[in-house]
Design a protein around this ligand. Structure first.
Ligand code: AVI
Length: 325
């Protein structure tokens, strides 16, 4: 057993209770905004995470299987550019499925540091990883990686730290947030680099289908925000009186996701009441798509030197190696 879990200082002071409080505050503030909105990070309670895992299996949602195939095919090349004896840091680690492909190809990785906000889940998946990789030093960090966090001290000096950020989660950031996140990351990874997945601009019909699956899983994922408010905030949303609406906006190269009120209604949330016009929307998510060039430009702006890019034949998805000098 080689696991040493740490909670970053930030997570220690702003742990689960504060997160729930964060949801309450963000949700109520979002209901007062015009247009109404809720930050997409609040999708991921236990139910939302399970629904997202189901999305990743959908025939229309090409992203997960395409990225997994790219990693499986090119892990050897990726391991070459990453180099030997690295400390691998994964941002928003989740189920740890993709990293196994990388770990299998890397030459003597020294340590693996998955960062995730969901402590119970992270501890569980790390126990399984530890059984399969007994020689790897595992150091899970429970933290919201979009906010300041503390990394464990390096095992060896000088340390070569490499980041792993698959899944195109960067697409859920605004451009400004993405640049700010990458700037911070390039500082943490100085002397190493970042392997990052980015979904590509493509036929709008393909994008539209990926966020409007016929089984209705994405709709359930979107509506789970209201179900979560009912569960956690003593709210009374009638899920049948809101509809899932996702569209691709080519002018800004992003999927925009909304929950649209199908009628005029007043909804109680704890002691407060929120009014909806018929057709009024809550903006719940943006998922930005990039061209290979526009993603490389973003990386440059944030202080990385973009190097190798791997992408499937249909140009659906890309994985980038960005050097942090
Ligand atoms: C996590 N993220 C990259 C997903 C996306 O495609 O933007 C979240 C998602 N939203 C709807 N379907 C999947």
């Amino acid at each position: 057993m080689n696991i040493n879990v740490s909670r970053s200082t930030h997570a220690l002071h702003h742990g689960r209770a504060a997160r729930d409080h964060g949801f309450a505050r963000a949700f109520l503030e979002g209901m007062k905004a015009a247009p109404k909105r809720v930050p997409c990070k609040y999708f991921y309670d236990a139910r939302g995470s399970a629904l997202f895992d189901a999305i990743c299996e959908l025939p229309e949602y090409y992203q997960t299987r395409t990225e997994l195939a790219l990693l499986a095919e090119a892990a050897g090349e990726m391991a070459q550019v990453i180099g030997a004896n690295v400390e691998l840091i994964e941002f928003g680690a989740g189920a740890l499925t993709k990293v196994r492909l990388l770990l299998d190809a890397l030459e003597t990785p020294l340590a693996y540091i998955p960062i995730d906000i969901s402590g119970d889940y992270l501890t569980k998946v790390c126990a399984a990883l530890d059984r399969d990789y007994p020689d790897l030093r595992l150091h899970p960090v429970i933290a919201d990686f979009t906010r300041p966090f503390v990394l464990p001290a390096p095992l060896l000096e000088p340390v070569r730290r490499v980041g792993f950020f698959p899944g195109s989660t960067i697409g859920n950031f605004t451009r400004e947030e993405a640049v700010a996140f990458l700037k911070t990351t390039s500082g943490i990874l100085k002397g190493g680099g970042l392997l990052i997945g980015a979904d590509l601009i493509k036929d709008p019909a393909v994008l539209h289908a990926a966020y409007n699956d016929t089984a209705g899983v994405t709709a359930a994922f979107n509506k789970n925000l209201l179900a979560r408010a009912n569960r956690e905030l003593d709210a009374e949303f009638n899920l049948d009186s809101f509809s899932h609406y996702a569209l691709y906006n080519p002018a800004v190269a992003r999927i925009e996701m909304y929950l649209v009120s199908t009628r005029q209604q007043r909804v109680r949330i704890g002691d407060a009441f929120v009014d909806f016009e018929e057709g009024e929307a809550i903006h719940t998510e943006d998922s930005h798509k990039y061209s290979i060039e526009s993603f490389r430009a973003l990386a440059w702006e944030a202080g990385f030197v973009p190097r190798q890019v791997w992408c499937d034949e249909q140009r659906l998805f890309s994985v980038h190696w960005l050097e942090a000098d």
